[in-house]
Design a binder for this molecule. Structure first.
Ligand code: ADP
Ligand code: MG
Length: 269
């Protein structure tokens, strides 16, 4: 079998750090035992770009995100982040999961600072940054509170602070708002857009919500049913900052219709 990883190592690795692409997913395939989850995905994501992976549940979105995070390895193909192949979890990446998994006995600021402890970085040096992030997400008054004293939306904002505390260049988010009610969810999307505009991280955002993908993204990658491939790619050319009122407008609905069509087409196959 051809070793794609070896091949990539021999061809043009030098070039990767010089081009615009912050994240390159090259011919990635993932097989669990006999189940082929991801067939062949090749994508380039630019520095500071906000990209969503949109697809039905079970299509392989989380699997792809976990490979980008270095938490699991592709069966073949390669993922290159900031010019270096991803072979294990990295410091230059922050991850936000569907449920915020805060440590219940630690207050919010200590939860936010937890990665700093894990990475054995100087805590005192990062405390002002953690407070700044809490301020940015309007949680500064809750720095000393315990997670159970916060609402679901507030806990997820704390988890976003935690993912950003070590200042990673890339933020990976796996359906981070799906456990929230619709109104909180809209607020969080606006909030995330604000954080992203202020920090300009490269974001890969997993969702099965067409509306959420269209609202947040520079570009939406539509994934078909398992084994996953990218079946459509849509640039969302709407001005920023976007607001919830815009989601009622024709310009926005044109995109959601297009995305819905792509997903439906993949179901008919
Ligand atoms: P999504 O996030 O789009 O809902 P997943 O990436 O979680 O989809 O799963 C894609 C497919 O791979 C599913 O059929 C799932 O059951 C399977 N899968 C995911 N993780 C594992 C694993 N660790 N072992 C075996 N199968 C898995
Ligand atoms: Mg998932």
């Amino acid at each position: 079998m051809m070793n794609l990883r070896g091949l990539a190592a021999d061809t043009g690795r030098e070039g990767l750090s010089q081009d615009r692409s912050a994240l390159r997913i090259a011919g990635v395939r993932k097989v669990f035992d006999k189940l082929e989850a991801i067939r062949n995905i090749t994508v380039d994501i630019a520095q500071g770009e906000f990209v969503s992976l949109l697809g039905p549940s079970g299509c392989g979105k989380s699997t792809l995100l976990m490979m980008i995070a270095g938490l699991t390895q592709p069966t073949s193909g390669e993922i290159v982040l900031a010019g270096k192949p991803v072979v294990a979890p990295r410091r230059d990446v922050g991850v936000v999961f569907q449920s915020p998994v805060l440590l219940p006995w630690r207050n919010i600021i200590d939860n936010v600072l937890f990665p700093i402890e894990l990475l054995r970085l100087p805590l005192a040096q990062y405390r002002p940054r953690a407070l700044e992030l809490l301020k940015m997400t309007k949680l500064d008054e809750f720095a000393q509170a315990l997670p159970r004293q916060l609402s679901g939306g507030m806990r997820q904002r704390a988890a976003i602070c935690r993912a950003l505390v070590h200042d990673p260049g890339t933020l990976l988010m796996d359906e981070p708002f799906s456990a929230l009610d619709a109104i909180t969810r809209d607020d969080m999307a606006v909030e995330l857009q604000r954080i992203w505009q202020a920090n300009r991280k490269t974001v890969v955002f997993v969702t099965h919500s067409i509306r959420e993908a269209a609202f947040l993204s520079d570009r939406v990658l539509v994934m078909g049913r398992r084994p996953a491939t990218i079946i459509d790619e849509v640039e969302i050319d709407l001005p920023r900052p976007r607001n919830v009122a815009m989601t009622e407008e024709e310009g926005f609905n044109r995109y959601t219709r297009r995305l819905r069509k792509s997903i439906e087409a993949s179901h008919e196959q």
